[in-house]
Design a protein around this ligand. Structure first.
Ligand SMILES: *[C@@H]1O[C@H](CO)[C@@H](O)[C@H](O)[C@H]1NC(C)=O
Ligand SMILES: *[C@@H]1O[C@H](CO)[C@@H](O)[C@H](O)[C@H]1NC(C)=O
Ligand SMILES: *[C@@H]1O[C@H](CO)[C@@H](O)[C@H](O)[C@H]1NC(C)=O
Ligand SMILES: *[C@@H]1O[C@H](CO)[C@@H](O)[C@H](O)[C@H]1NC(C)=O
Length: 489
């Protein structure tokens, strides 16, 4: 255990709470079997891009929103909310719900209103001015908000698996009444927060077109910054583009340290210790699902979530308490994403050229007077993992990130030792397939009037998923179908 971790119990002792050691979970984790998926979950956490592509999240992280962070709510009502409601990180996301009747505008026409929106129809503001719509409420966190982040695109009301971590695990699969059951879903999770989680959690953090929080009590957790009147807007195409531009601006992260995650202790269906039959082939893609989890497996996951939540003392999830494994994942992806693609590209067509490229990649880790592939691989794999980082026995993220780093480095070394070009390239191709980084689907820079179009519920087509491209407001209209691919939502 190194300095950063050593500091932790000391601080925790000061506030009278000790985080549960990893050994206190139901049994030891196995994060190497699915290390590639866990690595990608860490890399995509709180990012609109990777979480939209890997939309079936399997993981639960402790998250903290710092005190003072501004968050938004759109509604037909002027009065501040006091109970449970939805909060968005981007005001444009909330404006979607600031219509006169509190519902989404017509460009959102392919999903029905969530149950929670319906009462708003009865009590909209007086229709005195056609230019005015409902209200945009701006709040700020009155204290650090402690949340459970369900990753992927967990607010997408689809039957593709986006809701699995909530419906099959948190809500025990008991009362599921279809994908538009969101109000009951939210109530159920807040109930869990109040009972099983002993009031330690203020809400649930999820993502759809924008990140959002189901906050269990507005009154207890927020201060009103301002409540303003929204305008009624008939330029639907522009309005939709504005909304999409605001949420896609968060492709690389919700940003600004508006939310901090704990990567050292979390719960994930990818943990092979649960033994859940996860992967399902659908139309040429492999998607993780939790629908086959047995009652025993569901029980184990719920118990681990409970222990992680309750082990979280007063401020254990503050930034100094979790090493930033996403930062390490970024360094690894940044160093290898382009190089790996280059290695399998036609630009390198001979074994010699291929070996030269690997040699320049690994050069910093090689003592040319004393070649030793074990040492070289180890140096390469630990390049971005500081001495002070918690080890794999102390941090769940460490186990997955180190495993992936070792796989990259040892595969490159062994590929360079191949005697045929085809065999060498094949090894790197398999590595690329294994890693399956979402970075490889990026559009690159788009012109200022365009954005990189990806299916984000309820918009987008299968083509947008397979080959995202830059599109302007006109080109984006009518891109539909992705979310209806396997049965109607
Ligand atoms: C979850 O479901 C199982 C099996 O149906 C049941 O035994 C258990 O009590 C349920 N737990 C909760 C918290 O609802
Ligand atoms: C779950 O069980 C069903 C029925 O036995 C099966 O068809 C499916 O492939 C299993 N796996 C997943 C991940 O759903
Ligand atoms: C390579 O390095 C490892 C670890 O330091 C060592 O155990 C091994 O004997 C070395 N191999 C050779 C061939 O020198
Ligand atoms: C988008 O691009 C198309 C094709 O270049 C063009 O016809 C259209 O006017 C553009 N729309 C906007 C809103 O700029």
């Amino acid at each position: 255990m190194r300095s950063l971790v050593l500091a932790l119990p000391t601080l925790a002792a000061l506030v009278g709470a000790t985080p549960a050691p990893l050994g206190s979970l139901t049994s030891p984790s196995d994060l190497t079997t699915n290390a590639n998926h866990v690595f990608n979950a860490i890399h995509s956490a709180l990012r609109q891009w990777g979480s939209s592509l890997n939309h079936n999240g399997m993981s639960y992280f402790l998250a903290t929103v710092p005190k003072g962070t501004q968050l938004y709510h759109g509604t037909s009502k002027e009065e501040p909310i006091s109970g449970m409601e939805w909060l968005a990180y981007e005001p444009e996301h909330s404006l979607v719900f600031s219509g006169r009747h509190g519902g989404p505008p017509p460009f959102h026409d392919n999903f029905r209103l969530n149950d929670q929106q319906q009462p708003l129809f009865e009590s909209g503001p007086p229709e005195d001015d056609d230019d005015l719509a409902g209200y945009l409420h701006t709040y700020c966190a009155a204290h650090p908000l402690r949340l459970i982040y369900v990753d992927g695109e967990a607010a997408a009301k689809s039957d593709k698996g986006t809701l699995d971590t909530q419906d099959y695990i948190l809500l025990n699969g008991t009362e599921k009444k279809g994908v538009f059951w969101d109000f009951e879903r939210a109530k159920g999770m807040c109930e869990l927060a109040a009972t099983e989680w002993k009031g330690q959690i203020h809400g649930i953090l999820r993502m759809e077109g924008g990140f959002e929080i189901i906050l269990c009590s507005f009154k207890d957790s927020l201060e009103v910054v301002r409540i303003t009147r929204a305008k009624s807007d008939s330029r639907l195409e522009e309005q939709k583009f504005d909304y999409y531009r605001a949420i896609t601006a968060r492709y690389d992260g919700v940003g600004g340290d508006r939310t901090l995650l704990n990567y050292d202790q979390f719960v994930t269906g990818f943990d092979a210790k649960y033994g859940i039959d996860l992967f399902r082939e659908v139309e040429g893609r492999t998607l993780p699902r939790l629908m086959n989890a047995t009652a025993k497996q569901v029980g184990m996951m719920r118990e681990d979530i409970r222990r992680v939540v309750l082990g979280m003392g007063t401020d254990v999830s503050l930034p100094e308490h979790s090493f930033n494994w996403q930062g390490v994942a970024d360094m690894i992806v940044g160093r290898y994403a382009a190089r790996l693609k280059y290695l399998v590209s036609p630009s390198l067509s001979t074994l010699e050229a291929f070996q030269r490229e690997i040699d320049s990649t690994l050069q910093p880790f090689i003592d040319y007077a004393r070649r030793n592939s074990t040492t070289e691989s180890e140096r390469c794999a630990t390049q971005f993992i500081p001495e002070t980082a918690p080890t794999a026995s102390e941090s769940m993220a460490a186990a997955a990130v180190s495993h992936v780093a070792h796989t990259i480095c040892s595969t490159l070394l062994s590929a360079s030792e191949e005697t045929s070009y085809e065999a060498a390239v094949e090894k790197v191709k398999e590595l690329i397939e294994y890693l399956d980084w979402t970075t490889w689907k990026e559009c690159g820079a788009c012109d200022p009037d365009k954005l990189c179009m990806l299916p984000i519920w309820p918009f987008g087509s299968l083509e947008d998923f397979m080959h995202p491209t830059c599109m302007n407001a006109t080109q984006m209209t009518g891109r539909r179908g992705y979310w209806r691919l396997w049965g109607r939502s």
